[in-house]
Design a protein around this ligand. Structure first.
Ligand code: NHX
Ligand code: ZN
Length: 376
C-alpha cells in the first residue's frame, strides 16, 4: 500500500473510532512546500501531502476528529497546509522557562530514587536553555553517576556533575597535560573569569575548571541569574571582552599566545557580526540588516545561508567594523587584566592546585579571604 492510501486509511479509521486525535509528528517531512525539491522526483511525498490536504478538506464539522501536527520548521511548510480549515492555528512551543523546567523535572524524577537534599528549584535555575529532552538526559546522566559510585539514590552532587557533562562534554581525566600547558590553561580561564567579574553587564562566574572536558582543555562557566530573552548592546560588548580575556591573559603572563583561543575568537566574531549585521547596533553602519539569512537554527547549529545583499564597499566597511569592535573590546579587557594582574597571578596559582573553583571560591579569593580560612 502506498503512503497516500495509508493516509486515506488513517482518516477512515479515525472517523470510525472518534472522538479522537490524529497526531502527525515532524510534519515537515511530508508537508514541505511542493515543487521546492532539487530535481523534483518527490512524487510519493507530493501524493501523500495531496491526500492529507484532501482528507482535511473533507472534514465534516460535526465530526470529532482533531488533527494536530508538530514541526521544528514551520517556515518550510506548504502554505496550503496552513489555510483555514486545515492547520489554521499555530501554537509556539518555546524552550521551557524556569517554571517549565521545574515542572518537567518533577515528571522525570517520578521513576527515580532521589535523595531528599535534591533541590529541583536550584536545578531548574542552573539549566537555562535546556529542553525537556536535555532535562531527561540530565537526570539519566545523574543516575548513571550515582550508580557508578555504588549509590542507590541520586544526590545533588550527581546532578551537579551531570550538568557539567551535559553542558561541556565528558570529563577526560586521562588526558595527560604537561605542566606548562596546564599553566597556560589556568591563566587563560582565570583571564575570562576576571574580565567577567569587572564588566558590569555580564552573568556571574559559576565555575572555573582546568580539567579537560569534551573538546576543551578548560572552561569558565557563567550563569544568568534568571531566564533572559534579549541581549543589550552593552551585554554583547562585555561578552566579547570576556571572550578575549583568555587570549589576553596568556599574552600578559607568558608573552606568547596559543591556538587554544580559537573557539573564543570564533564566538566573539559571530557576536560582532550579529551586533553589526543583524541587530543594527553599529553607529557607523546604522540600523539596517546586512545579509539575507534563510535563517534556520537546528540543535544549536546555524544552518543559515548568509547571502550578500550589499555592495563590495559595504562589505569592506562591515569587515572593518567587526575588526574595530573586537579591537576596542580587546583593549578594554586588556586594561582590566593589567589593573588586576596580581589577582590573575593569585587565582591562577590557586586553580592550578585545586583544578576547579566555584563561584564562591572565586569571590572569596577576590576579596582576599581564602575559602579555607572562611570555612574554619
Ligand atoms: C587542540 N584544544 O585542539 C586542543 C586539544 C585555550 C586553554 N589542539 O577557550 O580548550 O585548543 O576558555 C567547543 C568548546 C576548539 C568547541 C571548546 C573547539 C575548544 C577552551 C580548541 C582552552 N576555554 N581550546 C577555552 C581550548 C584546544 C577548541 C571548541 C572548544 C585553552 C580552550 C581547544
Ligand atoms: Zn577561552
Amino acid at each position: 500500500m502506498g503512503w497516500a492510501s495509508r493516509v486515506r486509511d488513517l482518516f477512515q479509521q479515525a472517523k470510525k473510532v472518534q472522538p479522537c486525535i490524529i497526531f502527525l509528528d515532524e510534519i515537515d517531512a511530508v508537508g514541505r512546500q511542493r515543487g521546492a525539491g532539487v530535481g523534483g522526483g518527490h512524487d510519493e511525498r507530493e501524493q501523500t501531502l495531496n491526500q492529507l490536504l484532501v482528507e482535511m478538506d473533507g472534514f465534516d464539522p460535526k465530526q470529532t476528529v482533531i488533527v494536530i501536527a508538530a514541526s521544528n520548521r514551520p517556515d518550510v511548510l506548504d502554505p496550503a497546509l496552513l489555510r483555514p480549515g486545515r492547520f489554521d492555528r499555530q501554537v509556539v512551543v518555546d524552550k521551557p522557562d524556569i517554571k517549565g523546567r521545574r515542572a518537567i523535572l518533577d515528571i522525570h524524577i517520578q521513576e527515580k530514587k532521589i535523595d531528599k537534599d535534591l533541590d529541583l528549584d536550584v536545578i531548574a535555575k542552573r539549566t537555562p536553555g535546556f529542553t525537556g529532552a536535555d532535562l531527561a538526559n540530565l537526570l539519566n546522566e545523574a543516575a548513571l553517576m550515582a550508580a557508578r559510585q555504588g549509590k542507590k539514590i541520586i544526590q545533588m552532587t550527581d546532578v551537579e556533575a551531570a550538568t557539567d557533562r551535559v553542558i561541556a562534554g565528558p570529563e577526560r581525566k586521562s588526558k595527560a597535560m604537561n605542566e606548562k600547558e596546564k599553566e597556560i590553561v589556568a591563566y587563560h580561564e582565570v583571564g575570562h573569569a576576571l574580565v567577567a567579574k569587572f564588566c558590569q553587564n555580564t552573568d556571574p562566574v559559576h565555575k572555573i575548571s582546568i580539567l579537560p572536558r569534551g573538546r576543551a582543555l578548560g572552561y569558565t562557566l557563567q550563569l544568568p541569574q534568571q531566564d533572559k530573552y534579549l541581549m543589550s548592546r552593552a551585554e554583547i560588548e562585555d561578552q566579547i571582552k570576556v571572550l578575549m580575556g583568555g587570549r589576553i591573559a596568556e599574552d600578559l603572563k607568558f608573552q606568547m599566545i596559543t591556538s587554544g583561543a580559537s573557539n573564543d575568537i570564533e564566538r566573539a566574531t559571530e557576536l560582532a557580526r550579529g551586533y553589526i549585521c543583524n541587530y543594527g547596533m553599529s553607529e557607523r553602519l546604522g540600523a539596517r540588516k546586512y545579509g539575507k539569512s534563510q535563517g534556520y537554527v537546528f540543535m544549536a547549529k546555524d544552518y543559515s545561508d548568509h547571502s550578500k545583499d550589499y555592495s563590495e564597499g559595504t562589505a569592506r566597511e562591515i569587515d572593518e567594523e567587526i575588526r574595530r569592535l573586537i579591537d576596542v573590546c580587546y583593549a578594554e579587557a586588556k586594561q582590566i587584566l593589567i589593573d588586576n594582574f596580581d589577582k590573575l597571578e593569585e587565582i591562577s596559582k590557586e586553580i592550578l592546585e585545586k583544578e576547579v573553583l566555584d563561584g564562591k571560591d572565586f569571590e572569596a579569593l577576590l576579596s582576599g579571604v581564602s575559602s579555607e580560612s572562611e570555612s574554619v
